[in-house]
Design a protein around this ligand. Structure first.
Ligand code: HAM
Length: 430
């Protein structure tokens, strides 16, 4: 940040959400609230900062978040304070402190708000970002895991994002993980010298995270799977979750390498993934956390929840809209009659020389079929040339989106399109 004559700039990793995209944010937030209404989750708003110790205990000492990403400072009263890096720990703290126990029903809560992590900024990764999250505390029923996964799935659907994948895994209980850690270390030990520095560090502190490493992924082909270490109870829970997802027709894949970056998970862990934001594919995630409430000083109550990144959702939404509005072809040449067809060869060449993405029919289809092809190929314009037009030295230009048609002089076609282009640069193809 600079305060000189150049003026101030926003801190790295933060964003100004300007009026131009505020509508997208409102849509995303309204969808989240409406879904929570239908699923019977109620809103909770907790402080943006909490005692540092809450996150150390809740998120876990050996996680990247606690080790290197927290905004921690001492306030004027000498307390160690941290800007929340995620929402679950604070909600669980509030659940315990305010005794929100809904027994025998689970407390079903949701929140929308900013989170803070000191991460390396990149496309889709910020230091202040926003999450929509839900937490259901007080039941170990696998149907509740499935409900939470379904809520996230419907959220993306209702926003209009179709290509979102759901990956699930079971990370078992702490005892299962301890046993698996041993097997995993046996596998990793001989590879150690060839692993990246991060992985070597993780081997000591949090070996399960090693499997998550993007750099060394190709070396883990023969790694043991945590699914083989699950005990009977874990397996039963995991299978029940899958059964419920199937009953709701929610497609998912099992990813035994999915470990997540927070330590509180037990049993179910899941992520929503999508292509389109640079190297990032995780757009939301969550899981069950049966030990967390007790760890934070509350009763022994199980919980399950999810967190959805709103910047990533908005980015995908904007990309989707751009893709939809961008035409795939500038001009599709439609012609009928021999002379017109010969002229088409020349015109097409001229258009391409002028930089337009242009194509034509090579199947001698009827005019009507050629126009259909123009539509299917997402052409911005169809340029229609029959022998009649040709004899007058003209061509009909049809804007496909509006259906608007005008006649231009043949010699003017390239010039005319260039002018149109200049007034609507946003509609150019790539
Ligand atoms: P998380 O996977 O750490 O889980 O974060 C959830 C989502 O927040 C991510 O999938 C991503 O979309 C978004 N996110 C995380 N970090 C950033 C960042 N630096 N910039 C932009 N977006 C980001 C949790 O936080 C858990 N509390 C979720 C949960 C709730 N589990 C149980 N209950």
């Amino acid at each position: 940040m600079r305060g000189d004559a150049m003026g101030f700039q926003r801190p790295p990793g933060t964003q100004d959400i300007l009026p131009g995209s505020a509508g997208d944010w409102q849509l995303v937030e309204a969808t989240a609230r409406e879904l929570c209404r239908r699923f019977n989750y109620r809103e909770i708003r907790t402080p943006i900062f909490e005692a540092t110790e809450l996150f150390r205990r809740g998120v876990g000492e050996t996680t990247d978040i606690v080790e290197k990403e927290m905004y921690t400072f001492e306030d004027r009263g000498g307390r160690s304070i941290t800007l929340r890096p995620e929402g679950t720990a604070g909600v669980v703290r509030a659940y315990v402190e305010n005794k929100l126990y809904g027994e025998p029903d689970p407390a079903k809560l949701y929140y929308i708000g900013p989170m803070f992590r000191y991460e390396r900024a990149q496309a889709g990764r910020y230091r202040q970002f926003h999450q929509f999250g839900v937490e259901a505390i007080g039941s170990a029923d696998p149907a509740l895991d499935a409900e939470v996964i379904a809520l996230g799935w419907m959220f993306y659907r209702e926003i209009g994002l179709e290509g979102v994948r759901v990956e699930i895994n079971s990370v078992g209980t702490p005892a299962v993980r301890a046993a698996f850690r041993g097997r995993l270390l046996e596998f990793l030990e001989p590879l150690k010298d060839r692993l990246c520095e991060d992985c070597r560090k993780r081997m000591e502190r949090n070996p399960l995270r090693v499997l998550d490493c993007k750099v060394d992924q190709d070396k883990f082909g023969g790694a043991p799977s945590i699914l083989d270490s699950l005990d009977g109870e874990c397996r039963e829970h995991f299978e029940a979750v899958q059964g419920h997802l199937q009953a709701m027709d929610i497609p998912f894949t099992i990813n035994p390498r999915l470990v997540r970056g927070l330590d509180y998970y037990t049993h179910t862990a899941f992520e929503y993934k999508a292509e389109g934001i640079g190297a990032i594919d995780a757009i939301g995630g969550g899981g069950r956390y049966n030990g967390l409430v007790r760890e934070i000083g509350g009763p022994d109550q199980p919980g399950v929840g999810l967190g959805i990144g709103l910047e990533r959702t908005v980015l995908l939404l904007q990309k989707l809209r751009q893709d939809a509005s961008r035409a795939a072809l500038d001009v599709y040449l439609v012609s009928q009659g021999e002379a017109a067809e010969r002229e088409t060869v020349r015109l097409l060449h001229r258009l391409r020389q002028a930089g337009f993405k242009a194509d034509r029919d090579y199947a001698r289809r009827s005019m009507k079929a050629q126009l259909k092809a123009a539509d299917r190929l997402k052409a911005r314009y169809a340029a229609i040339l029959g022998d009649d037009e040709l004899s007058r030295g003209e061509i009909a230009l049809k804007e496909m989106a509006s259906g608007e048609q005008r006649t231009v002089r043949l010699e003017e076609l390239v010039h005319h399109l260039t002018e149109l282009d200049r007034s609507h640069p946003e509609t150019r193809t790539e």
